[in-house]
Design a protein around this ligand. Structure first.
Ligand code: ZN
Length: 447
């Protein structure tokens, strides 16, 4: 027996891993600065530069170790949506390493045209890599010709449920194998000693199917790097005395002093991407999100910065609709280098950058552009201060300020910039009042 999906690690522990990583990223990015204590005590955020290919923080990127392994086998990875957000998953790694593979995310595959098309190739009959009483051992009795190998990626119980509820998967011929080695997945506990990760299952299965067991061991290179890195971060996180000190000294939430007292330094930013949707499968893998529109406004002077960057990848079908710029505007945009140098003239090291969430600033950092050291995610800050879900930027703004917004910048980014500037004004003017959990006014009347 083996588990092609080694999700023995409870979700909570997986999240801890992510947190360990994120804590480290923040500590590294927080440069020596007068506002440092504020940055740690509140949700001031230091966005981690993220590699858009492997979606790991830059310090944990394993892309340089990703092999390119051509196969006659077509590999179809079906990922449970919860697995997609796991920082230490391996399906994406496998997808990046195998050109003849595709990664689909979902739960209900009965109506999936993508899956139906993938498993209907008469030249490559489909089989499911999953254990079972009637499963054939792929190493002992490999199929005669090339096949389409369907692999489910999720926890043990997610995979079981997915197969139970999708006859299209249940009815596929089933193949399994005996893992020759124990799993190297040291960062997750396996439900059974002989359970392995998705990528390890592929090493064994493809080795047998393609008759070249040694060649596919290259898949383990990025996998081992990821595991070593996670263990390193976990140890670092546990041994760092500064973390404990910060926890003990945590102050009650309040608007950071920098936002209240340094209005002249506040700059709001919004970025837009040419982003291929998840359903685009291979195209999304081939063309990671790329920055195409970057707008900013200085709070005190109203000075606006705007730059459109020509897409470097093919334009995704909905990009123009989403970002409200037409294809001509985008294609006549400048280069990233132009944008970076113009931006460097606009932005000062002492500026305080305000964004809504981290996506835009991560996108910007991934493009190689400069960001000043002090930055705030106003959405995260609002959530922490008000202790409630914040929702979209326009709804949140309506809840705190009903004055109309305006920005000179174009497209959807321009609209959002106008909204973000008003929100930043509210923070700066102290008009967002922190909720205290045990405030006197919370007591029922008559007490
Ligand atoms: Zn990477």
């Amino acid at each position: 027996m083996f588990s092609p999906l080694p999700r023995s690690f409870p979700a909570g522990e997986g999240l801890q891993q992510l947190h360990a990583d994120s804590t480290l990223g923040r500590s590294c990015l927080a440069s020596g600065h007068a506002m440092r204590s504020t940055v740690h005590s509140i949700a001031a955020f230091e966005p981690r530069p993220v590699c858009l290919r492997c979606r790991r923080p830059k310090g944990s990127c394993y892309c340089e170790l990703i092999p390119r392994l051509d196969t006659t086998t077509r590999v179809v990875l079906l990922q449970h949506p919860r697995e997609r957000d796991m920082p230490i998953g391996t399906a994406r790694m496998a997808n990046l390493s195998l050109p003849n593979s595709e990664l689909h995310v979902g739960v209900n595959w009965q109506q999936s045209a993508a899956l139906l098309s993938a498993i209907s190739d008469p030249q490559r009959p489909a089989l499911l890599l999953y254990p079972g009483d009637d499963a054939t051992d792929v190493a002992r009795r490999p199929p005669a010709g090339p096949v389409t190998l369907v692999v489910v990626d999720g926890t043990w119980s997610q995979a079981k449920k997915m197969i139970r509820e999708n006859p299209i998967l249940r009815e596929l011929p089933r193949f399994t194998f005996q893992p020759p080695n124990p799993s190297e997945y040291r960062i997750r506990r396996e439900p059974k000693p002989n359970c392995v990760s998705t990528i390890e299952a592929l090493v064994f299965a493809l080795g047998a199917l393609e008759g070249e067991p040694v060649r596919f061991r290259a898949l383990l290179l990025p996998f081992r790097r990821m595991i070593d890195r996670q263990i390193e971060l976990k140890e670092l996180n546990h041994s760092s005395p500064s973390r404990r000190v910060i926890k003990k000294k945590r102050a009650p939430p309040s608007i950071p002093i920098a936002l209240r007292e340094r209005r002249d330094d506040i700059v709001c930013v919004v970025g837009e991407a040419n982003a291929w949707p998840w359903c685009a499968g291979e195209l999304r893998t081939a063309y990671p999100d790329e920055l195409v529109h970057w707008v900013a406004q200085r709070l005190s002077t109203g000075e606006v910065f705007e730059s459109i960057v020509a897409p470097r990848s093919p334009l995704a079908p909905n990009t123009t609709k989403h970002i409200s710029l037409d294809a001509e505007q985008l294609h006549s945009g400048g280069t990233l280098e132009d944008l970076h140098s113009r931006w460097r003239e606009f932005i000062r090291d002492t500026d305080i950058l305000c964004s809504w969430g981290c996506y835009a600033t991560n996108l910007w950092a991934s493009s190689g552009g400069y960001l000043p050291p002090l930055r705030f995610d106003l959405r995260g800050l609002a959530k922490e201060l008000l202790k409630r879900n914040i929702g979209t930027m326009d709804r949140f703004l309506l809840s705190i300020d009903e004055n109309p917004c305006h920005s000179d910048a174009s497209g959807r980014a321009g609209v959002r910039l106008g909204e973000l500037v008003r929100i930043a004004e509210c923070f700066s003017g102290g008009r967002i009042v922190p909720q205290r959990q045990h405030a006197a006014c919370d007591l029922p009347a008559g007490t």
